[in-house]
Design a binder for this molecule. Structure first.
Ligand code: UDX
Length: 445
């Protein structure tokens, strides 16, 4: 089949590469000529395991091409996927200007029947809005061409996106048109071979499904983080509590790891957007408000613990903290809404110096941190520790799981470890002679 994908971010590029891998002809359109140049040279501008190899091979075999021209993209397309960014506005609402622009351009350029697929995360009602914009453009040039707008939200986790696309838990297709559903069924057949994996529903339900899924997951995280805070106060250990509750199949073990709060390109934005949608529609998003508040608090809870620890020693001003991990989670270079940014801001606002290391996100982090003179990003996890008064682990990269603690101890001026991801065992850290602070458990000093 012939597919056009507009927007080559994580979602667009992963979708394009996976569709091409199944033998489809895929044309990716991006407004940024630099990105198109890089991709055409067989390089991938984002860090996503397995993606570069897939892109390079399918490009070399001619099934995956890149262009800045939507006209070229639409030449043979039966489907056009909209996978452009939908950033948050200051009031939490979703900025649809890129989607609108693409919709209008499709209306101006399309010359044959087309299924327009919304894959960007967009508020409920956007498929209707896109339909309206395309209709307007068609009417303006007196064209009468059949098209449908389908909602097909993505459920890809960064760092595991190729796998998620290849073996989805489900593919949600929102359309009122049975013929469109059948076309999408064919396109997705190689990925959703068991037929009940492809779920067809109304367009608005599909749009809402995406928000409900992400908000449910964010709720699980804020729930366990709140429980962790209570555990610290009452002398319980949240890691034991997690095992205790997870064994109930209705609860399950997944996605209830306490930590430094959720970040990334989806959860923070989607929770805010659904709160905004709810308010606009006259509903009261009481639980979602709390999910967001708990997360905002959690993001700086480790910074607060660092400040509390150093308070009796004259505070954090002038002291240095080694920080391991900048990305919002492991296996990605994505810094969007990363807890590390909130932690760094909090501590440097209080005069602390931070020496940070991340295996892949340093470059992106440096751009966001700007020229804060109190922050230094270094090239090794041990280099970060040299002369620092304490170490704080923010991201759960594998290489931080079993470090050389002897070396860490030698490099730090005192053996003090704050563990924002509960990577280590408190008793082991005690044996190693560390003052150890983790999430959801009283400190071992
Ligand atoms: C998420 C959804 O999982 C995906 O389905 C959706 O399409 C996009 O948003 P992603 O943002 O890549 O994917 O990250 P994910 O692995 O879900 O983690 C999100 C955040 O929650 C991270 O900051 C992570 O560290 C945190 N998290 C996750 C926890 O703190 N505890 C957990 O138990 C799980």
């Amino acid at each position: 089949m012939n597919v056009c994908i507009v927007g080559t971010g994580y979602v667009g590029l992963v979708s394009a590469a996976c569709f091409a891998e199944m033998g489809n002809n895929v044309c990716c359109v991006d407004v940024n000529p630099e990105v198109v140049k890089t991709l055409t040279a067989g390089k991938v501008h984002i860090y996503e395991p397995g993606l570069e190899e897939l892109v390079r091979r399918n490009h070399a075999e001619g099934r995956l091409v890149f262009t800045t021209s939507l006209e070229q993209g639409l030449e043979r397309a039966q489907f056009v996927f909209i996978t452009v960014g939908t950033p948050s506005r200051d009031d939490g609402s979703c900025d649809l200007s890129y989607v609108d622009q693409v919709a209008r351009e499709i209306g101006r350029l399309m010359h044959r029947p087309l299924i327009v697929v919304d894959k960007s995360t967009v508020p409920v009602g956007t498929a209707d809005r896109v339909r309206g914009l395309i209709r307007e453009e068609l009417a303006a040039r007196g064209a009468d061409i059949a098209f449908d707008v389908v909602s097909n939200p993505e459920f890809l986790k960064e760092g595991d996106a190729v796998n998620d696309f290849m073996k989805p838990d489900r593919v949600v297709v929102g359309t009122e048109d049975e013929r469109s559903a059948e076309y999408l069924r064919q396109l997705y057949a190689p990925f959703a071979r068991s037929r009940d994996k492809l779920i067809v529903m109304g367009t608005r339900s599909a749009e809402m499904t995406k928000y409900a899924a992400n908000c449910m997951l964010a709720t699980k995280i804020s729930f366990i983080n709140e429980i962790a805070g209570i555990c610290e106060q009452v002398g319980a250990d949240v890691r034991e509590v997690r095992i205790g509750i997870g064994s109930d199949q209705r609860i399950g073990y997944h996605f209830i790891y306490p930590g430094v709060g959720y970040g990334g390109s989806c959860f923070p934005k989607d929770v805010k957007a659904l709160i905004h949608t709810a308010r606009e529609a006259g509903a009261v998003p009481q639980l979602l408000d709390a999910v967001e508040d708990v997360n905002a608090r959690q993001k700086v809870s480790m910074a607060r613990r660092v400040r509390d620890y150093f308070a009796p020693q004259g505070g954090v001003a002038g002291k240095t903290l080694a920080l391991w991990g900048l990305a919002f989670k492991a296996n990605t270079d994505d810094m969007r809404e990363a807890a590390a940014l909130s932690i760094i801001k909090d501590l440097t606002d209080h005069g602390m110096r931070v020496r940070a290391f991340d295996p892949v996100a340093s470059e992106n982090a440096a751009k966001l941190i700007g020229d804060n003179p109190l922050v230094e990003i270094v090239n090794s996890q041990y280099e970060a520790c040299r002369g620092a008064q304490a170490l704080l682990v923010v991201t759960e990269w594998n290489q931080f799981r079993n470090p050389d603690f002897e070396r860490v101890k030698e490099l730090l001026t005192a053996p003090v470890l704050f563990d924002g991801r509960n990577l280590y065992s408190p008793s082991f850290m005690g044996e190693q002679g560390f003052a150890y602070f983790c999430v959801g458990r009283a400190a071992s000093l």
